[in-house]
Ligand binder design. Structure first.
Ligand code: XBP
Ligand code: MG
Length: 286
């Protein structure tokens, strides 16, 4: 076999790997819906009260605690400082699991009561992507039952079938900012990261998506507006609606009022072109 035949025979996987936009991977809390302040935080506080704990997470305190991703992890972090005796008991693990289970049930009730709406542009963009055959996935830190409640109440009975892959909560050992949940989703989509685009709202979120190699669009919320979003394709107030424009805060320009598939494709191609240039530069120097 000649050298060129060998290269042809060994390259097809890499060469055939799609680089046009195949899938969009959505974060949940803060991205699909503003769930933290009036959803998760309230549920944590009600669960604390039902467990007889004198803890009340204010809006500001909760903002600081969001640096710890995952509800169980957040409670453990707080308890370790406030009342380590709860964790040190022989049944400390079961106590924590029970407290978080109650919190998740309360969160589900809040969501089903209609407290939390989708953010601007989310339903519109998901509808457009589905219509165009772009694959959809979810990569979230939140508990699966909480996610299901949110999807059901905001996107209806068929919500779960909209998303081909749903990565949530404890399916991975390390939560965001670790890239594990994105690796988990990519493996199931059987796609390279550059053929996908992540939509996130927070620094742990962009760190996770970027470390897995996904170009990332950010839509901020009140808790995350001051986060460091270095490397984002674009940082926006929200996805926008026709006549209700999204505001660009950093990164690449938004052409028009709102994020649509054509815009996502343009941003994702800039990321692919940058990657290709870097790879060509690497090959040239090696
Ligand atoms: C955000 C989180 C979650 C929720 C709480 O997840 O950090 O931990 O605050 O959810 P993401 P649970 O932005 O990745 O969707 O209590 O169900 O863990
Ligand atoms: Mg988030």
């Amino acid at each position: 076999m000649t050298t060129s035949q060998h290269i042809e025979n060994t390259m097809p996987t890499a060469c055939a790997a799609p680089t046009d936009l195949q899938a969009v991977v959505f974060d949940v809390d803060g991205t699909l819906a503003d769930t933290e302040r009036d959803g998760h935080r309230v549920a944590f506080n009600r669960a604390f009260a039902r467990f007889g704990l004198p803890w009340e997470w204010s809006v500001a305190t909760y903002g600081e605690l969001l640096a710890v991703t995952g509800g169980k992890e957040r409670i453990r972090h707080f308890a370790a400082r406030q009342a380590p005796q709860w964790l040190e008991r022989p049944d400390g693990g079961a106590w924590l699991a029970g407290l978080h289970q109650l919190k998740s049930e309360i969160y589900g009730e809040l969501v089903r009561a209609g407290t939390i709406a989708l953010r601007p542009g989310v339903a519109r963009l998901i509808g457009e992507l589905r219509g165009a055959g772009v694959r959809l996935a979810i990569a979230t830190t939140t508990t699966r039952s909480s996610l299901d409640s949110l999807l059901l109440s905001s996107l209806g009975d068929d919500a779960q079938s909209l998303f081909e892959v749903i990565g949530a909560g404890d399916v991975v050992a390390h939560k965001k900012p670790a890239p594990d949940i994105y690796h988990w989703v990519l493996q199931r989509l059987q796609l390279p990261p550059q053929a996908c685009l992540a939509v996130e709202d927070s620094q742990p979120g962009i760190l996770a998506a970027s470390a897995a190699g996904l170009p990332t669009l950010i839509t901020v919320n009140a808790y995350t507006a001051a986060d460091d979003f270095s490397g984002a394709l674009s940082v926006l107030s929200d996805l926008g609606e026709p006549g209700q424009p999204a505001k660009r805060l950093a990164g690449q320009a938004l052409d028009g009022d709102c994020v649509d598939l054509a815009q996502l494709r343009r941003w994702q191609q800039t990321a692919v072109n940058t990657l290709n240039r870097r790879q060509a530069a690497c090959l040239a120097t090696s």
